[in-house]
Design a protein around this ligand. Structure first.
Ligand code: GLY
Ligand code: MN
Ligand code: MN
Length: 440
């Protein structure tokens, strides 16, 4: 199932080692097993940074990169084999598997991590780890450093600097490799099929969760073991709640439904939103708002290429939405003044999108030295403008109330432009209406 070869994980670890220097050490813990209630167990989700460096999806492990260490550069602490536990919960790689299958130079049982740590830290000047993310690692590290301090008279040097490993890993994660892009296409394709299935199945009188079930069916069928985030299925007024995940209301004739959902394939996310009429036919006000959001999304996608500062996408969207809302009489005033006043925030309160990858809101900073960073080839980001007009919006004609529209696609930055990696889901008014009418 995983499409990323082990050599790629090794190359990532080498790139980290090349950046930190020989007198440093990297420590990245895995996620722990989630709490079990009774006999049931929940799906385990690995820590994204740990997975990025190992491809290892068992809980209770720690990666150590210690250049020049006597055991080798890459040491994995992980769970030992345990025949009885494996009967209950499945195969463990154990220490042998860590070396043979996952390329560790040496592996030790996780319970021995604490004993090894002071020795690993000897003569390392800098320690890179996820500072402040996991209190137990902070604590164990400081204790080990103190243990070492008592040995300085025997000539050992104690680490002096503690750095977050995250900026380095997150910069690496921003630029997707060919294998990562292939994996993201798998997640995208599962999600495309899911959205089409839900759109086709939709009928007035269904519950929001019934559409969610249609999505889940396609995610699972295509090898996504989990959605990348809780699916949002919001009918009518619920489409105006940005992170609505209750999904338990009845879908009403004459209203819109907003579906924001994406599958996760081998830990990589897809993130797609479509908004469409529950009965298959837009009303005039719904169509006007929908077409305005679509216009802004298409213009935003059109401008994406290397070198464009991230926030320019939002500026393009703002200009189109404000101009359109003035024309519809929803905003009143002069375009430039309204833009300056951020008047759009009342109806469109989120960003144009975000990086996408191992996490839905993926790692990586958006500003460098306080300037919006320019897009680069092999960045993947979402483009997701929206308009949300709540009921009782002051000064807004009731015909617009409870119209919530978002349109979201995933975009890969290419050499000279971009590629939408989530194509093929009906998106124009005509496409949606024709698609929903098919077979009815
Ligand atoms: N589904 C979360 C987002 O679109 O950012
Ligand atoms: Mn989304
Ligand atoms: Mn998104």
């Amino acid at each position: 199932m995983p499409l990323i070869p082990m050599q790629e994980y090794a190359a990532r670890r080498q790139r980290v080692i090349d950046q930190i220097g020989a007198d440093s050490i990297v420590i990245v813990p895995a996620n722990n097993e989630v709490t079990r209630t009774g006999d049931g167990s929940y799906y385990f989700r690995q820590n994204s940074n740990f997975y990025y460096l190992t491809g290892f999806n068992e809980p209770d492990a720690v990666l150590v990169l210690a250049p020049g260490y006597e055991d080798g550069n890459f040491i994995l602490f992980n769970r030992p084999r345990d025949p009885l536990m494996e009967i209950w919960n499945g195969h463990r790689a154990g220490q042998e598997g860590a070396v043979k299958e996952f390329g560790a130079d040496a592996a030790y049982p996780i319970d021995e991590f604490y004993d090894h740590l002071p020795t690993l830290l000897i003569n390392r000047k800098r320690v890179y780890y996820p500072v402040g993310r996991d209190m137990s690692i902070d604590e164990v590290l400081m204790e080990s450093v103190n243990t070492l301090r008592s040995k300085v008279r025997s000539g050992v040097a104690v680490p002096e600097e503690f750095h977050s490993i995250e900026p380095m890993l997150h910069e690496m994660r921003l630029r997707k490799s060919a294998a990562e892009i292939t994996t993201m296409r798998k997640a995208a394709n599962a999600s495309i099929t899911a959205h089409k299935r839900a759109m086709k199945a939709c009928k007035p009188g269904m519950h929001e969760y019934e559409l969610e079930a249609e999505l889940m069916y396609e995610f699972y069928r295509h090898g996504c073991r989990t959605p990348a985030y809780s699916s949002i299925v919001g009918g009518g007024k619920n489409g105006c709640i940005l992170h609505y995940i209750t999904n338990n209301e009845v879908l009403k004739d004459g209203e819109l439904v907003l579906i924001d959902a994406g599958g996760e394939y081998d830990y990589y996310a897809s993130d797609i939103t479509r908004t469409f009429p529950i009965n298959g036919k837009f009303t005039e006000p719904q169509k006007q708002i929908y077409e305005l959001v679509l216009k802004s999304q298409l213009a935003a996608i059109d401008m994406i290429r290397p070198g464009v500062p991230f926030f320019d996408i939002q500026k393009t969207i703002h200009r189109i939405l404000v101009k359109g809302l003035i024309e519809l009489g929803i905003l009143k005033g002069d375009l430039e003044t309204l833009l300056e006043q951020q008047a759009i925030r009342r109806f469109y309160m989120h960003n144009s999108g975000h990086w996408l990858g191992l996490d839905t809101h993926d790692a990586g900073v958006y500003k460098i030295n306080n300037e919006w960073r320019p897009l680069e080839k092999n960045f993947v980001l979402t483009v997701e403008p929206g308009l949300y007009i709540q009921a009782n919006s002051e000064g807004v004609d009731p015909k617009w109330w409870n119209i919530g529209v978002r349109i979201e696609d995933d975009v890969l930055v290419t050499e000279s432009g971009c590629e939408v990696i989530t194509p093929g889901i009906p998106k124009t008014v005509a496409e949606i209406e024709a698609f929903m009418a098919e077979g009815k």
